[in-house]
Design a protein around this ligand. Structure first.
Ligand code: BMA
Length: 320
């Protein structure tokens, strides 16, 4: 493949109304809202509505999970209060500091929600289920430490097992590392794990770590995945976004990956904030006409969306 690809236009365009949510939109004093997940509802009676689970920081930086609703996926109305989280010793033991970066999968007629949870020592991922995203039922933590950025596929493998992408935190890789894929018969017990996209494959923008960002999307050419990629330099730790196509039969195998990021911090609200130079997606919605809404946090401070088309993203996977 040539070292030079003439890139004349962007794959994704920042929505003119960005940021779509900020701390000022809440009915109480908050510090930030970012890395939230939106989904187009699939449960009976709600088809066509959009719900967002927002990562929101109080002024002491303790997180809350706060719902928001929308009729078009662009203009959002926050609910009056945050989600009620579990009040059990088991929950608090591993979510004692923050819970964050939600991911939502619709599968088998229900929503599965994953949240990275942190205590003062490490990260585990919590699984919740919900029929309607009005309330969340905590199921359990679904990994041993230290691992996060999990997304569950919207379909099971041909043998009936669930599939997820994840990013174990490898100490030797500075706490980050490569993307892996694991299988589970019941959502609780996970294994049969395979290494998937590796930092070396996108070293020019992701050498310092990767993480699956959004729920994989089936196309004829493979599972489309969007990932965040971390690049260290002297003054910043830049979080940008890439895309890849995974094999449909052996979904840990990377068929194509963008050697150039499809989104990277450029706008003021991505460069300046609580953590500078961060675009961090957690969800995307692909509409029936192929338009894409990619939801991402800007600088760990505000919630944004970028717009594009499925065709352009697939083109970038194949050719960039
Ligand atoms: C990662 C996660 C994200 C965050 C990013 C930049 O490790 O914690 O939630 O957006 O760092 O601070």
């Amino acid at each position: 493949m040539s070292e030079f690809v003439r890139i004349d236009r962007d794959v994704l365009t920042r929505y003119e109304g960005n940021p779509i949510l900020t701390a000022a939109d809440f009915p109480c004093r908050m510090r930030a809202v970012y890395n939230s997940s939106a989904i187009k509802c699939r449960h009976p009676g709600a088809e066509g509505r959009y719900v967002m689970l927002c990562r929101s920081n109080q002024i002491n930086h303790k997180t809350l999970l706060w719902g928001a609703d929308s009729a078009d996926g662009l203009k959002w109305k926050l609910r009056p209060r945050p989600f009620q989280m579990p009040d059990t010793d088991w929950w608090h033991r591993y979510a004692s500091t923050v819970y964050y970066d939600p991911r939502i999968t619709w599968i088998d007629g229900e929503y599965l929600v994953l949240l990275a949870c942190q205590n003062t020592a490490f990260t585990r991922v919590a699984l919740f289920r919900s029929p309607d995203l009005e309330q969340l039922e905590f199921v359990n933590y679904i990994n041993a430490p230290d691992n996060r950025n999990m997304v569950i596929f919207p379909e099971k493998a041909p043998d009936g097992r669930y599939m997820r992408l994840e990013r174990p935190n490898i100490a030797a890789a500075g706490g980050k590392g490569n993307i892996w894929l694991s299988f589970s018969p019941d959502l609780i017990h996970w294994g049969d794990s395979y290494e998937s996209l590796q930092t070396d494959q996108v070293w020019n923008y992701g050498l310092a770590g990767l993480g699956p960002s959004t729920v994989p999307y089936r196309t004829d050419e493979g599972w489309l995945i969007i990932f965040h990629a971390i690049m260290n330099n002297c003054t910043t730790r830049e979080y940008s976004t890439g895309a890849a196509l995974l094999d449909l039969d052996e979904p840990w195998k990377v068929r194509h990956v963008t050697r150039y990021p499809i989104l990277y911090p450029e706008a003021d609200y991505e460069i300046n904030g609580l953590v500078e130079h961060v675009c961090f997606p957690c969800s995307k919605i692909i509409e029936d006409d192929g338009t894409v809404k990619l939801y991402y946090g800007g600088a760990d401070t505000v919630q944004c969306v970028a717009l594009g088309t499925l065709d352009d993203i697939l083109y970038a996977c194949r050719n960039w």
